[in-house]
Design a protein. Structure first.
Ligand SMILES: *[C@@H]1O[C@H](CO)[C@@H](O)[C@H](O)[C@H]1NC(C)=O
Ligand SMILES: *[C@@H]1O[C@H](CO)[C@@H](O)[C@H](O)[C@H]1NC(C)=O
Ligand SMILES: *[C@@H]1O[C@H](CO)[C@@H](O)[C@H](O)[C@H]1NC(C)=O
Ligand SMILES: *[C@@H]1O[C@H](CO)[C@@H](O)[C@H](O)[C@H]1NC(C)=O
Ligand SMILES: *[C@@H]1O[C@H](CO)[C@@H](O)[C@H](O)[C@H]1NC(C)=O
Ligand SMILES: *[C@@H]1O[C@H](CO)[C@@H](O)[C@H](O)[C@H]1NC(C)=O
Ligand SMILES: *[C@@H]1O[C@H](CO)[C@@H](O)[C@H](O)[C@H]1NC(C)=O
Length: 775
């Protein structure tokens, strides 16, 4: 037995030295099965194997160290797929594809479906490779690292490794290490943008340029190489002596990077020769939302904020949630149902929506109690930063002066029954925590935490977002990362307008539209905040509702309710068969008028839309709603007219925009008039395919009206002549050159509803109806 092991070891040394040359020979037509004699293909030395290894109650496919008792897994194929049962087979088919077939006959590709290889090989470096007939590599596992790097494996610019759920569950965990194109090697939590606020480890080599790579020598030395081949940073020292030592580098499930060594002669255990930090609380996201990390006896420990309990005791990453039902908060009497509890010396992600400058701690507490939007505040000895829940990336840091002030509901008298339930819940918590502690002692060195699948965390975030939505009708702040989750990384673009791009997203069950504003237009956080609040306070059935917003760095995003039927432009101009009937069209016109009227006269702060056009009228079933209101102001706090020329859409813009006259709500009335003409005639404002006399809609309408030929305007459509004439008269009033002549929106609506007299419109003075021969 001993001699066999010696032989294996000898082989191992020999092959490590010339890893690339020694190949096992796996030919097309081979197969493996978890329980048969051959459940894996060994590397020539027997150190590494590719094939089935036990995972949960079944098996997974990957590369593992078959030559040591621990059988350490270093690579997993399709790591997020559920384990397969004993009846599964791994096939290297005759046509050269690598397929995992479950006992039910379902097939999954291990490499890409299009790849057809001639032979395969498990190399002594731990790399599993597929070759073409000439022996060139078509695919290798080294190019698709999971959580581990092996000597001679490189992490190239743009690549990342992601931790596993736990030492025994190799599904995607919650931390990642990325070799960035800017030359930095950085650790982040998963599902975050690659930006500094989320990082918790950096090599400080940013600026070294693209194409920096992380390299790993067989002696355990890891270093960053720049494009010209210079070592610009040592990551691990390496140079450790004996040739019988093997190394692996891994981002562990607790978020720390560790270099492990194993002495093949001594058959001992893995030992940690390097780790990225001694502070186990460093990794952001370890404690989940509303939890914070405390170091006890050199180990990280998560706790919940006051008034919060673990969502899932024992699973830190799932975070904490309030253990009380939040009372509906009414401005003024909030302190009646809440108290503030402080957690001192804590560090959190600052995601404040408002800052109260130079105050004391009591002032900060009071400020939060008095503000219904405030759920917590961070007080740093001067400023008071008001926050919405959840709080993220919390940890105790004794050098940190910040106190987290948490709004906690005052407990209502608890009935005996509730009390009992509470006790049982507590008991479960305690038992679970004891079990967890017990588990800790028993676990191998690399296991530090039991984490949860990132999908789960993802769901949590989505649910949290949803809870936030239901509770509060005011627009709520989102982090950029949350909106990335909501829109699946801005995958589905549903529109592009003057202000930015609109993406489809999902929050819980609800579909939303996320509008990303162009950066250069949006400056000033304070103004943005104020304007968003103004927009947020507008609630009307004919206005698209603003659900939330994001203000983070240079990012400005708005989250709106999603409108399923596209815009009025689609409805009117795109689909001639399904064009709404005359009655439906008039109802749409009245809907728009109601929305504009609300903006002008009924909401707290008057809003001039400035950009009313069919593209900004969205359709939900058959109701029209106005979108993009308030944006004009939002994008230019100084409001009126400064953006003449760039603002508005040619053709819908009132003449005063082009003259040096003040712009008032009447500019919107003009735009509405043009839209009304389009609704009446069911055609675009300008249509160059039509004869010259008909191409410009308002000129043609004007001409037909004064010539008494309005029947021409609706073509084949049968429309009551009186109704048609009334609608045209309203539109012509609206598009009067002189703003003073244009009726206010209230009157426009009354006229459209038939409850106000419509006088004969004024004879146009300028461009419109140039041929006045008919008057
Ligand atoms: C692998 O096996 C095939 C068929 O048995 C043979 O043709 C080929 O030469 C072998 N290749 C190596 C590298 O041993
Ligand atoms: C397993 O291998 C042994 C000896 O190599 C052989 O006798 C036995 O039949 C094999 N079993 C299967 C299921 O192939
Ligand atoms: C691994 O963890 C994920 C997420 O918690 C879970 O869905 C999966 O079933 C686990 N796999 C095993 C084999 O336990
Ligand atoms: C990046 O690095 C690789 C390998 O070091 C090299 O082959 C390639 O030419 C480099 N690319 C650039 C753009 O420098
Ligand atoms: C790589 O690093 C060396 C040494 O620091 C430096 O002289 C060289 O300019 C760097 N190459 C690039 C492409 O930055
Ligand atoms: C909520 O948890 C806190 C501890 O953080 C505890 O003091 C309080 O009694 C709990 N409240 C309820 C209603 O369970
Ligand atoms: C490795 O170390 C852990 C604890 O450090 C221990 O529980 C385990 O039994 C060891 N494994 C071997 C094979 O010695």
């Amino acid at each position: 037995m001993a001699s066999i092991i010696c032989f294996l070891l000898l082989l191992a040394f020999a092959s490590l030295a010339k890893a690339q040359e020694t190949r096992s020979n796996i030919t097309a037509g081979s197969s493996l099965s978890p329980t048969a004699n051959s459940s894996s293909w060994l590397s020539p030395s027997g150190l590494y194997a590719f094939g089935f290894y036990p995972q949960g109650r079944g098996y997974a496919v990957g590369v593992f160290l078959a030559g040591i008792p621990q059988g350490t897994v270093v690579w997993t194929a399709n790591r997020d797929d559920p384990p397969v049962s004993a009846g599964a087979t791994l096939l290297f088919t005759n046509d050269g594809r690598l397929i995992l077939r479950s006992s039910q006959g379902e097939e999954t590709y291990i490499t890409s479906a299009s790849l057809s290889a001639y032979s395969a090989s498990m190399l002594d470096s731990g790399n599993f490779a597929l070759y073409d007939p000439k022996g060139s590599v078509l695919w290798e596992s080294f190019d698709y690292p999971t959580d581990t790097l092996l000597p001679t494996q490189r992490l190239l610019a743009g690549q990342q490794i992601i931790s596993s759920i736990s030492a025994t569950n190799h599904s995607t965990g919650i931390f990642r290490l990325k070799m960035q194109h800017d030359g930095n090697l950085i650790q982040y939590p998963v599902n975050t943008p690659d930006t500094a606020p989320y990082s918790y480890f950096t090599s400080w080599t940013g600026g070294a340029g693209d194409n920096v790579s992380l390299n790993f020598d067989v002696d355990g030395h890891m270093f960053l190489l720049n494009t010209t081949g210079y070592i610009i940073r040592n990551v691990t020292p390496g140079g450790l002596p004996t040739k019988s030592t093997i190394f692996i580098f891994r981002i562990d499930s607790d978020g720390l990077m560790r270099m492990y060594s194993y002495d093949l002669n001594q058959k001992g255990n893995w030992s940690v020769v390097w780790q990225s930090t001694n502070d186990e609380c460093d990794p952001k996201g370890l404690c989940g939302l509303n939890g914070f990390c405390v170091k006890n006896d050199q180990q990280a420990n998560c706790q919940c904020l006051p008034g919060f309990d673990f969502v899932e005791p024992g699973n830190w990453a799932a975070g904490c949630e309030r253990n009380f039902t939040a009372e509906t908060c009414r401005t003024g009497d909030a302190s009646a149902s809440y108290v503030i509890q402080a957690v001192d010396n804590t560090l959190w992600e600052d995601d404040s929506y408002s800052v109260v400058p130079s105050t004391d701690k009591d002032g900060c507490k009071q400020a939060c109690l008095e503000d219904c939007n405030c759920e917590a505040a961070l007080y740093n000895g001067g400023n008071c930063r008001k926050q919405r829940l959840p709080l993220r990336y919390g940890r105790i840091l004794l050098t940190e002066p910040t106190s987290a002030l948490i709004k906690v509901g005052i407990a209502k008298p608890v009935t005996a029954d509730q009390n009992k339930k509470e006790m049982t819940r507590r008991d479960i918590l305690y038992v679970s925590l004891s079990l967890l502690a017990f588990g800790f002692v028993m676990m191998a060195i690399s296991v530090v935490i039991i984490c949860k699948n990132s999908m789960w965390t993802y769901q949590r975030i989505r649910n949290k977002i949803e809870v936030g939505l239901a509770k509060d009708p005011a627009p709520r702040p989102f982090t950029y990362a949350e909106l990335e989750v909501v829109t699946d990384s801005f995958k589905e673009q549903i529109g592009r307008g003057a202000f930015g791009t609109v993406y489809k997203g999902v929050i819980g069950e609800k579909t939303v539209a996320v509008k990303r504003l162009d950066k250069y237009l949006a400056e000033g956080e304070r103004e943005f905040q104020t304007e968003v609040e103004v927009i947020g306070r507008t609630h009307h059935r004919n206005l698209v509702r603003l659900i939330g917003y994001c203000l983070e760095g240079t990012n400005r995003l708005l989250v709106y309710e999603y409108m399923s039927n596209g815009s009025l432009a689609n409805v009117l101009f795109d689909s001639s068969e399904s064009r709404p009937s005359w009655d439906e069209r008039m109802e749409i016109a009245r809907d728009i008028a109601r929305g504009v009227l609300y903006l002008h006269e009924e909401c707290e702060t008057q809003i001039i839309h400035c950009d009313i056009k069919p593209q900004n009228i969205l359709m939900d079933k058959n109701r029209a709603k106005i979108s993009d209101f308030g944006l004009a102001k939002l994008l230019n706090a100084d409001q009126t007219r400064t953006f003449t020329g760039i603002r508005g859409t040619r053709g819908y813009v009132a003449p005063e925009w082009h003259q040096n006259k003040p712009v008032t709500v009447k500019a919107d009335v003009y735009s509405f008039g043009i839209v009304l003409l389009e609704i009446i005639c069911g055609r675009r404002k300008v249509d160059v395919d039509l004869p010259e006399s008909e191409a410009i809609l308002e000129e043609w309408v004007c001409e037909c009206f004064w010539n008494g030929e309005i029947g021409k305007l609706t073509g084949d459509e049968k429309v009551d002549e009186d109704e048609l004439k009334a609608a045209i008269k309203v539109a012509l009033w609206c598009i009067s050159d002189d703003p003073i002549l244009r009726p206010p929106m209230k009157r426009v609506l009354l006229m459209l509803e038939g409850s106000a007299e419509i006088p004969t419109p004024p004879i146009p003075s300028s461009s419109i109806c140039t041929d006045k021969s008919f008057v």
